[in-house]
Design a protein around this ligand. Structure first.
Ligand code: 5GP
Length: 188
């Protein structure tokens, strides 16, 4: 089963994913490939496999990705090999991906893999507050860019099985754990 988690940056995806992996047996992550540079707290192979732009393009030519996209001039993509290996392991895979990637994965995988898609919603004022809290030097232009991206992502909300307003992290984690447990029972 593949659980897709979407929502703009600042919606809490990363924290929620970590909590799910920590608290639930048989839940694992699926690192994406990216050409962006690692952030301070990021380790190779955990959230991402970090490669150069050239290596990413080589992997595109070799048809190694189910899907890939460009954000802020960096590539992000889902490895066919990694996803297939993890699906074959029978575990529950949680992947954090934006709306275009979700649409592509649904089209590619819906007939062969059980998919559960979850969108995390945050209201505009709260998102603005979180963006500033995370990066005190963020400019108004950058804030507007993120808020514009939020509008685009929310216009694709119909793709998702579940939409959750993430205004309380602990409650959201518990709701998602319940969804995963129940969807997993339905599969069998
Ligand atoms: P960040 O640079 O903040 O880690 O991620 C930027 C965006 O890329 C996020 O919206 C994240 O969900 C998305 N993303 C991460 N991995 C993938 C992927 O494999 N494919 C696509 N299409 N988007 C991804």
């Amino acid at each position: 089963m593949l659980v897709i988690l979407s929502g703009v940056s600042g919606s809490g995806k990363d924290t929620i994913k970590k909590e799910l992996i920590k608290r639930m047996k048989d839940v694992i992550s699926l690192p994406s490939y990216t050409s962006r540079k690692p952030r301070e707290d990021e380790e190779e192979g955990v959230q991402y496999h970090f490669v150069s732009k050239e290596e990413f393009e080589e992997r595109i030519r070799n048809n190694e990705f189910y899907e890939y996209d460009v954000h802020h001039e960096n590539y992000y993509g889902t490895s066919r090999k990694l996803l297939n290996e993890k699906i074959a392991s029978g575990k529950i895979i949680v992947k954090d991906i934006e709306v275009n990637g979700t649409e592509n994965l649904i089209n590619l995988l819906k007939d062969e893999t059980k998919l559960v898609t979850i969108f995390l919603k945050v209201d505009k004022d709260e998102l603005r507050r979180r963006l500033i809290e995370r990066d005190k030097n963020i400019t108004e232009d950058e804030i507007q860019l993120r808020l514009g991206r939020q509008e685009y992502e929310e216009s694709k909300i119909n793709l998702y099985d579940y939409v959750i307003k993430n205004d309380d992290l602990e409650k959201t984690v518990k709701i998602i754990m319940t969804i995963i447990e129940n969807e997993n029972k339905l599969e069998k």
